[in-house]
Design a protein. Structure first.
Length: 53
C-alpha cells in the first residue's frame, strides 16, 4: 500500500478521488470518479469528467 491508502470495500456507484497525478493515464490529483465496474481481481472501471478509465 502507498501513502495513506486503506483497505476499504469499494462498490459500483461509489465516488472516489485520485491522490496524485499520472500523466500517462491523464489523471490529475483530486479528480473525482464514479465506480462503474469492480472486477473479481479488484480492478476498477471508473467514469469522471476526464472520461472512462
Amino acid at each position: 500500500m502507498h501513502g495513506d491508502q486503506r483497505r476499504e470495500r469499494i462498490s459500483v456507484g461509489d465516488r472516489i478521488a485520485t491522490h496524485s497525478n499520472h500523466r500517462t493515464l491523464d489523471v490529475a490529483n483530486r479528480d473525482c470518479w464514479t465506480v462503474t465496474v469492480v472486477g473479481r481481481n479488484g480492478a476498477l472501471k471508473i467514469r469522471g469528467s476526464a472520461g472512462v478509465r
